[in-house]
Design a protein around this ligand. Structure first.
Ligand SMILES: [Zn+2]
Length: 131
């Protein structure tokens, strides 16, 4: 993916207030191998129950706030990540919840999906086939 700046990331969040976007922890962008990523995902260093995903979508940068579902959100059984659909990396998949944007989100509306807990989807998609 194309490298992003901290300002692009903070402005990209569609389901967070400006204050929340300002308070979000941003990873060290200079250490990221952007060519190896399809999206950038990370756990918030200040709030471990919160994570963020940012990607290029329709010529814009879009970011979402996610939180783990339930206590830590760890699945007790194996599951397949909806984003990378990797059938080998099934033991570190969790349910994540995103508040909806706008009025629906302010009323408490959310949407959930199963995703790799460590946001390793890009690495999973690039792993050489195994036999
Ligand atoms: Zn995945």
């Amino acid at each position: 993916m194309q490298p992003l700046t901290e300002q692009q990331i903070r402005r990209s969040f569609v389901n967070a207030s400006k204050g929340e976007a300002t308070r979000a922890s941003i990873p060290d962008l200079d250490t990221i191998d952007w060519d190896a990523l399809d999206y950038l995902g990370w756990t918030d260093a200040k709030r471990p129950g919160l994570s963020h995903v940012v990607l290029h979508l329709d010529d814009a940068v879009r970011g979402i706030f996610l939180r783990a579902a339930g206590s830590g959100g760890q699945m007790s059984r194996q599951a397949i990540c909806v984003w990378c659909e990797d059938i080998k990396a099934t033991d570190n998949v969790r349910m994540v919840i995103a508040p909806l944007a706008g009025q629906a989100g302010r009323r408490g509306g959310t949407i959930g999906t199963l995703a790799c807990a460590d946001f390793a989807c890009s690495a999973n998609a690039r792993r050489a086939p195994t036999r």
